[in-house]
Design a protein around this ligand. Structure first.
Ligand SMILES: [Zn+2]
Length: 261
């Protein structure tokens, strides 16, 4: 593990309900300097589990949302249950968005449920956690059209180029950087990291997915955020402590997390 003397990290995007042994992983995260974790809903059941993690642990926060993969499942009762749950202390709405890479739900259904969720986030005044996979222009267009900059949020696991990143920044969104920043020759993402202001970057694991290079092929977990922090620091020519301090402040600002620990 990279050394983390007095480093305080926030994992701003985890799927704790998908980890095999979440309680053991949480302990390792705390030992690795991860002071707060935002665990993400991808459907009603996982949003409920996320809310339960948050109820049981004061360093865990939750979101509510429907992933584009499951867009075809949406119905009115589900939206009502989700909105009610979000009103009970969610720090953001999402992840939601468009995935034209896997296309697991038909695109018209993806668009409809994304529009609905932008509307809900605006009504509840919650920042958005955006999933955008090979749907950059349409994601930007929908966020712009519905004036989502009023609540802002983060483009989770950003996968575009620097020009696209700047357009999301202009709209009021932060850029989520994950384990792939540590992969060899990931030049486009390195250029994004160097080209956007540090105060617009949030670190995330997306665990159990996207383990950083040092743990690649294994299930990811919040403790491994330290590797991503170190990788980003190397690319920026900063110390891991500087990157940790800045990205922690960013995640706390965007999600309104308390500045404890
Ligand atoms: Zn995710």
């Amino acid at each position: 593990m990279p050394e983390h003397n007095r480093m305080i990290l926030v994992d701003s995007h985890a799927h704790l309900d998908l980890l095999k042994e979440p309680l053991a992983a949480l302990q390792r995260a705390r030992d690795a300097g991860v002071a707060q974790i935002v665990t993400i809903g991808i459907d009603l059941a996982s949003s409920q589990k996320a809310a339960q993690f948050a109820a049981d642990n004061e360093d865990i926060f939750f979101t509510v949302g429907l992933h584009p993969h499951d867009a075809a499942q949406a119905d009115e009762a589900m939206w009502q249950a989700m909105a009610r749950l979000a009103g009970q202390g969610a720090v953001a709405w999402g992840e939601c968005g468009l995935d034209f890479y896997r296309d697991r739900s038909p695109r018209p259904a993806q668009r409809e449920v994304f529009a609905r969720q932008i509307e809900l986030a605006l009504r509840l005044q919650l920042p958005l956690v955006i999933h955008d996979r090979e749907a950059h222009e349409e994601t930007l267009a929908m966020l712009t059209e519905q004036d989502a900059g009023q609540v802002g949020g983060v483009v989770h696991c950003f996968s575009g180029d620097l020009n696209l990143a700047k357009r999301f920044l202009d709209l009021g969104f932060a850029i989520g950087i994950d384990g792939p920043i540590t992969y060899p020759k990931n030049h486009t993402l390195w250029e994004v990291a160097r080209g956007v202001p540090l105060n617009s970057i949030m670190l995330e694991t997306d665990c159990p997915f996207l383990a950083p290079q040092a743990r690649r092929g294994k299930p990811n977990e919040p403790a491994y955020l330290a590797y991503t922090c170190q990788g980003l620091a190397e690319i920026l020519g900063l110390s891991p402590a500087q990157v940790a301090a800045a990205t922690t402040a960013n995640s706390r600002r965007v999600f309104g997390l308390p500045a404890g620990a």
